[in-house]
Design a protein around this ligand. Structure first.
Ligand code: MG
Length: 279
């Protein structure tokens, strides 16, 4: 890339065009003979790229997919790992290595009896997660007994799923709570039976041996509404205890909790997150 930038700074455009052709498609300083950006600007922190540096890698092009409607699940972005597309449970397991026993019908899956928590075969660290769920209609039970499930990042960090439409419980246990830690900023729940969305940006915790170097962070949109804004987790999910961290590998599976209620899920996908300028 340093080579490319040197060419970009050649004063005679014609020479640079020829050299671009020789060094191949990786040269981004010129686009159809058009010079990109600037080469007389200050360096950004880190000293690798200048402000408006035309040689900086172009972001990957993806198909962004489509949003869901109440009746129709959307289409995932083209670079997502699709964990459930409405057809089968091939990306999931339960109880160790047993095949999942959940029902799949009409484009969704539903916790069945006997059930068991669903665990993804793929593992993830930093990621963007999209999933859709619907709590039972008509609703059954009250408090934590109504439409309870949950999505656990790395199998440990739970975002609560609950029917919180006209159903109060302790705030750090309601729908979209970081269970036992933080209530959502607002209750954006839809009615029982209606499809709801979670869009979660998860940063995995970092460990150095037994030491926590940086905590996990969650930014969460519930039905498109921000309910957690880069919130640092206190630790892994607990019940009636203070959360704490226990060191674990850099990647872990997604888990969907079986809490005994027939929750439905559809359109589940994950994008692994990379840094800037990473291909
Ligand atoms: Mg739960």
């Amino acid at each position: 890339m340093a080579l490319t930038r040197r060419f970009q700074r050649l004063p005679r455009l014609g020479i640079a065009v020829g050299l671009t052709a020789i060094i191949g498609a990786g040269a981004v300083a010129l686009q159809n003979g058009r010079k990109l950006g600037y080469d007389d600007t200050p360096f950004l922190p880190g000293g690798k790229w200048r402000v408006h540096d035309g040689a900086r890698p172009q972001p990957r092009i993806i198909d962004p997919g489509t949003s869901s409607t109440p009746d129709t699940p959307g289409r995932p972005p083209s670079d997502a790992v699709v964990l459930f597309d409405g057809k089968d449970l091939s990306h999931w397991t339960t109880d160790g290595n047993a095949p999942p026993r959940w029902k799949v019908e009409q484009g969704y899956m539903e916790i069945a009896r006997p059930g068991g928590t669903l665990v993804s075969k793929e593992e993830f660290g930093d990621c963007q997660l999209h999933l859709e769920f619907a709590t039972p209609n008509p609703p059954v039970g009250v408090d934590q007994g109504r439409g309870n499930s949950g999505v656990l990042l790395m199998g440990r960090y739970e975002v609560q799923i609950l029917d919180s439409y006209e159903n109060q419980t302790y705030p750090d246990g309601q729908c979209a709570a970081l269970y036992a830690q933080y209530p959502p900023l607002v209750n954006a729940s839809r009615k029982p039976g209606e499809w709801q969305t979670y869009d979660i940006i998860f940063t995995a915790p970092r460990f150095d041996g037994d030491q926590l170097v940086s905590p996990a962070y969650q930014t969460i949109f519930h039905n498109g509404v921000l309910v957690h804004n880069h919130t640092a987790l206190i630790g892994a999910m607990t019940h009636r205890a203070l959360a704490k961290y226990t060191p674990h590998p850099p990647k872990g599976p997604l888990a969907l909790q079986d809490h005994g209620n027939p929750i439905r899920f559809r359109n589940i996908w994950v994008r692994e997150l990379k840094g800037y300028d990473e291909p």
